[in-house]
Every structure is written in structure tokens, then in C-alpha cells.
Design a protein around this ligand. Structure first.
Ligand code: SF4
Length: 72
């Protein structure tokens, strides 16, 4: 059971793809209907084994798009 959830604010995402370099297990960048690339979260509950990589994506996303939200 994961202790955290991954959330993204698509309004902030500009499709840089830094997140996919930090944690490709959880993030990918896809072309949206608008024609602009945006992040897609492949797994909202990645588990503890990926926490440090998700945290790197949070820290290095240039637009502060990603949140790691603790859950009970
Ligand atoms: S979440 Fe951040 S790093 Fe990932 S594509 Fe969007 S802006 Fe870029």
C-alpha cells in the first residue's frame, strides 16, 4: 500500500520532460489534443520503492507542476 500519491497541475506543465528523465516509471509526456505536450502520470500510487525518484521529479520540474501528497 502506497503512503503517498502523485498529483500534477496540468495548467503549469510545459512538457519539458525533466520528470520523465528522473522517473520514467511514473511520468511520460504525451501530446494533448491542444497540440502541446503535457505530463501524464502512469501510476498515481507508485509505492515507497520509487519515492526518491518521484521526489527528484518534484524537485527538478522547472514549473513546480508535481506534488507528492502524503496519504494516511
Ligand atoms: S511535469 Fe514538469 S518536468 Fe514534467 S513535463 Fe511538466 S513541466 Fe516538464
Amino acid at each position: 500500500m502506497a503512503n503517498y500519491k502523485v498529483e500534477v497541475d496540468l495548467m503549469l506543465c510545459q512538457g519539458h520532460g525533466v520528470c520523465t528523465e528522473e522517473c520514467p516509471e511514473v511520468f511520460e509526456v504525451v501530446d494533448m489534443d491542444s497540440g502541446y505536450p503535457k505530463v501524464r502520470v502512469k501510476n498515481e500510487f507508485p509505492g515507497e520503492e520509487l519515492r526518491s525518484k518521484v521526489q527528484d521529479a518534484v524537485d527538478y520540474c522547472p514549473n513546480q507542476t508535481i506534488k507528492l501528497v502524503e496519504i494516511d
